[in-house]
Design a protein. Structure first.
Ligand SMILES: [Zn+2]
Length: 213
């Protein structure tokens, strides 16, 4: 059984304010005498579920073709912030230790409850502190996934979480759809498209239940 945790790469999905939303235009149409309908996609790479490339935050860092396939498939721990966790409150090391226990998994996905999956761009969302991001990668994390539009705060310009995660050799998933998925351990299947030269790549993200032996 799969949970599809993808927010569609679609015109109906709200982009980051002032970013370019998704549209599908037509190079030619059968109604106009062509042998096929031939579409052309126009969109920011950050619409819907996607993986940022390190290039997103540093011009000299690697682009989307460098996103390693092995990071985006494998066991993942889905956690959820408590319902009373305010959007303005940080995700600190203490919060993570309460949710994860003593062990930091290789891959973690967090439900903040603030997501474009709701149909509107959220006004605010919780994010890791720089210390918490550093603590995660120092303890072996390779992938941090969020339902929010960014792993950093909406108003952040220094982007400390992107920098700590990419700087530590780990990667991110943003804009996941996690409303209906129970917390727990899953197999993640979330390959970025093999897009070259971009600062992010769209992702179709699935979770498959792990059968406990
Ligand atoms: Zn992004």
């Amino acid at each position: 059984m799969f949970f599809d945790i993808s927010v569609p790469f679609a015109a109906a999905t709200p982009p980051w304010p002032d970013d370019v939303g998704f549209s599908c235009g037509w190079t030619c149409r059968r109604e106009e005498g062509s042998s096929v309908n031939l579409g052309v996609l126009h969109s920011s790479a950050h619409v819907g579920t996607h993986a940022d490339a390190p290039l997103h935050v540093h011009s000299s860092w690697p682009a989307s073709e460098s996103l390693p396939a092995s990071v985006f498939v494998g066991e993942v721990q889905l956690i959820a912030l408590p319902a009373d966790h305010d959007a303005a409150s940080d995700i600190t090391v203490e919060v993570l230790q309460r949710l994860l226990g003593a062990h930091v998994p290789t891959r973690v996905i967090v439900r903040t409850g603030c997501s474009v999956a709701s149909g509107t761009f959220p006004a605010n969302w919780p994010a890791l502190t720089a210390d918490a991001a550093t603590w995660l990668v120092q303890h072996g994390l390779t992938l941090w996934g969020v339902d929010a539009p960014s792993v950093d705060r909406r108003t952040s310009t220094a982007l400390p979480v992107h920098n700590a995660i990419f700087g530590g050799g780990a990667f991110v998933l943003e804009n996941l759809a996690l409303e209906v998925v129970p917390i727990g351990r899953y197999e993640l299947l979330a390959q970025p498209l093999a897009v070259h030269g971009a600062d992010a790549a769209p992702v179709r993200a699935l979770l498959r239940a792990i059968r406990e032996k």
